[in-house]
Design a protein around this ligand. Structure first.
Ligand SMILES: [Zn+2]
Length: 301
């Protein structure tokens, strides 16, 4: 998918979201011998035959109802075992992203799953600042394809049961298309989605993921880049604003003392404000289904 189509996808998402749709307005993709996409009301697009990309989940209808979707991801999970355990007390709709080199990773992931959290894998990648250490088996732009494959396998095989992957650090590696091509080809085989944490404005990771037919999207807000209570509250206000404006938002926070209590308090207020807290995969699927509808519309012009 090219860049202008991505922009159009966002525009269609906005159109669908702002069209005053009610709960009966749905985008649905139906599996079967002749898969079809249909959009009811608020759009001129009607049922058309379509062949969805192979990695796109085709079973779950995504509602474009009035409630904006908020997905919260806690990443860097697993290394600080005490605070990672505390994070599991957040509502089960909060998604947990585990560093593959954490101690007792299988047990930690099982505890999170037992509490109903969606799990993703937090893939270590090289940062622009050489003083940042993303940890064991991180991917660098200096590695040969064989070295990359070795480190990718070491991380992706560290535990099982994850639905997606996002990058840990990676402000350098996510700008390096040759390495990303190798990484995304491996993710495609594992049928997982990709979330670009967007640690660099120059990242091409989401674009490369889509070239490899992955369902992919990007983080909108970081919650705790500045570790003060006031800054976290300011970030949470921004999360609400983005959700209201576009219909969905993805925010990333970390298992920090400044973040966890603020999140717990704020999450309890969201339903009354008219938001829905959803697992990350719900926003990823919603955004990618909007793109499939848009691509089909353009193909038929
Ligand atoms: Zn991280």
């Amino acid at each position: 998918m090219n860049k202008s189509l991505s922009c159009l996808c966002m525009a269609l998402g906005l159109l669908l979201f702002s069209s005053g749709a009610d709960a009966s307005n749905t985008i649905s993709i139906t599996a079967g011998p002749v898969p079809s996409v249909s959009v009811t009301q608020g759009s001129s697009i009607q049922s058309e035959p379509i062949s969805p990309p192979s990695s796109l989940p085709v079973s779950a209808p995504v509602k474009a109802d009035k409630k904006p979707m908020i997905a919260i991801v806690i990443d860097d999970m697993g290394v600080d075992m005490k605070r990672s355990a505390q994070a599991l007390d957040l509502p089960s709709a909060v998604t947990m992203s585990y560093l593959p080199y954490s101690r007792k990773i299988t047990e930690q992931v099982k505890a999170a799953k037992d509490k109903g959290h969606e799990i993703i894998l937090h893939m270590p990648m090289q940062a622009e600042n050489p003083k940042e250490d993303p940890g064991p088996h991180h991917l660098t732009v200096a590695m040969t394809p064989a070295q990359l494959e070795e480190n990718i396998a070491a991380s992706l095989d560290a535990f099982t049961g994850y639905d997606g992957v996002n990058n840990h650090e990676g402000s350098k590696f996510t700008t390096y298309k040759p390495g990303l091509d190798i990484f995304m080809a491996d993710l495609e085989k594992r049928h997982v989605f990709f979330l670009d944490s967007r640690t660099s404005p120059q990242t091409v990771a989401e674009q490369v993921a889509k070239e490899h037919h992955l369902t992919a999207t990007h983080r909108d807000v970081f919650l705790d880049d500045v570790e003060t209570a006031g800054a976290v509250v300011g970030s949470l206000d921004r999360v609400e604003a983005v959700a209201r404006k576009t219909g969905s938002v993805i925010a990333i926070g970390h298992p920090k003392d400044v973040t966890l209590p603020a999140l717990k308090t704020w999450l309890a207020t969201l339903e009354a404000k008219g938001f829905q807290i959803v697992p990350l995969s719900s926003v990823v699927e919603y955004r990618n289904q909007v793109c499939v509808v848009m691509a089909q519309h353009i193909d038929n012009k």
